[in-house]
Design a protein around this ligand. Sequence first.
Ligand SMILES: Cc1cc2nc3c(=O)[nH]c(=O)nc-3n(C[C@H](O)[C@H](O)[C@H](O)COP(=O)(O)O)c2cc1C
Length: 137
Amino acid sequence: MIKSICYISNKNDNLPDSVLNKLLHSIIKDNNQIQVSGILMLQNNYFFQIMEGDPNTIDALFFKIRKDQRHHGLIKLLEISLVDRLFSDYQSGSFSVIRDFLNLKKLKIYFDWIKEANILEANKLIELTNNFLKHNK
Ligand SMILES: Cc1cc2nc3c(=O)[nH]c(=O)nc-3n(C[C@H](O)[C@H](O)[C@H](O)COP(=O)(O)O)c2cc1C
């Protein structure tokens, strides 16, 4: 079984761009090392993350993220079990940070394709992502 957690949080106002960029780079590197797939978006100073992987790995990671001082106001939106990873075919299964229009477009195309499968859990995550994007353009 795969565990998936989706949350939203506020980026701290005083977080310098250099620190943020370093953080985003290390997140991609570290997640690929521990086989955590998914996405992290930053829009309007809100983080939105979906992470999926081995349940123990996800629990340990989420525990760390919750305590991280670089953001605040974290709200867990969804915690579910999946038979298969939702993002295994997105960017070859590697964890992605989405910050520009082109990557957002790629994600939308991928979600349109995934929606065809009509998997309840996948649909919930897609809906949460779409809601987030609708309110944070
Ligand atoms: C918004 C946000 C999202 C994060 N997402 C991840 C993540 O997906 N993977 C990760 O390894 N660290 C992530 N981090 C960083 C972790 O909180 C933590 O600093 C990092 O895992 C290193 O922890 P360690 O030094 O205890 O190993 C995130 C931090 C923030 C602020």
